[in-house]
Design a protein around this ligand. Sequence first.
Ligand code: BMA
Length: 318
Amino acid sequence: MSENTDTRELFRRYEGNPIITARHFPRMVNAVFNPGATVFEGRTLLLLRVEHRTGLSSLVVATSADGLTDWRIERERGLEPDPELIEECWGIEDPRITRIGDEYYVVYVGYSAYGPLVSLAKTRDFVNWERCGVLQSPEDKDAALFPVTFDGRWALIHRPVTSAPGLGAHMWLSFSPDLHYWGDLRVLLAARRGGWWDANKVGLGPPPLLTDRGWLVCYHGVRVTASGSIYRLGLALLDRDDPSLVLSRGNEWVFGPQAPYEQSGDVPDVVFPCGWILRDDGDTLHLYYGAADSVVCVATASLSQLLEHLGVHPFAHG
Ligand code: BMA
C-alpha cells in the first residue's frame, strides 16, 4: 500500500460556507443540497436540489458572477418533476451537468414508484427542457455522462444496487451509440471491503473531468458506523481514450465531513458533490457539494495537486 505523502488537505473549505441555504428562498423549503454545476452565460450556474416541505425534491437554478458570493436564485430556470410520469412521481434529485456543444445534458435521479432510477434531460437555457427518458432502471443513482464519445459511443458512469445481501454497491460504466440504448456494461470502480473507508458502497460525485493525465473522477465512499453512515470523497484517474481503464485510485479519502454544517443537519456526516468547475487559470477547481443533506457549500483544490496525489497511488484492487 502506498503511503500518502501529503501534509495538507487537498480541498479547502470556503470561509463563507454554506453558500446557499433554505433561507435564500422566499417560500419555505426544507433543504437545498447536492448541486450540479456549470458555467452559463459567463456566470457560475448551480442546479440545486431543493427539498420541499412535502419531502419531494425539484431542481432550481442559482447563479453567481464569481462562483462564491452573491448567489441569485433564478426561479424561472430549473426543472420540476413531471407529475404525469411515474418515473419521477416522488421527485427529482442530484443533477449532474455535462456540457456537449451548446447543450447541457443533465443526468438526474428520478424517484419513481419502483425506486430511484437514472434519467436524462437536456436544455440550452435551463428554462426549456427536452426529457430524453430513463437511462437506467431502479435501483440506480449517481450517474453522469462523459462530454465526448469513445469510438463513436457515449459513456455513462452509474451505480446500480443489488438486492443480494453483502455484495455492495459499485460504480459501473455503460455505453450507448445514441444516448438511448445502453449496454456493454462493466464494473468501473468497485467498493472495497472490510475496514476501508470506501468499503461496500461507492458512487460518482461530479461528472468526470478531462485532464492531461486522463479523466479525473471524484467519488463518494460510505462508511457504516454504529452511529450512522459517513460520506467521504476519494479520487481516481481513468484512461483518456478508454475510460474503463482505471490508471490510479487513491487509498485515502481526500475530503470528509469535519465542519459543523457537514456534521449536523437532516443527514449528519455527509459531503455529497454533484458538480465541479475548473477555473480559467486551468488549475483552480471549485467543488460544489451538499453538506448534511441540508445546505450547499464549496471547497477549492488545485488540479495539479490532485493529480500529483494520485500519482503515488497506482491502481490496486482493495
Ligand atoms: C445518497 C443520495 C444523496 C444523499 C446521500 C446522503 O444515497 O440519496 O442524495 O445526499 O444519500 O443521504
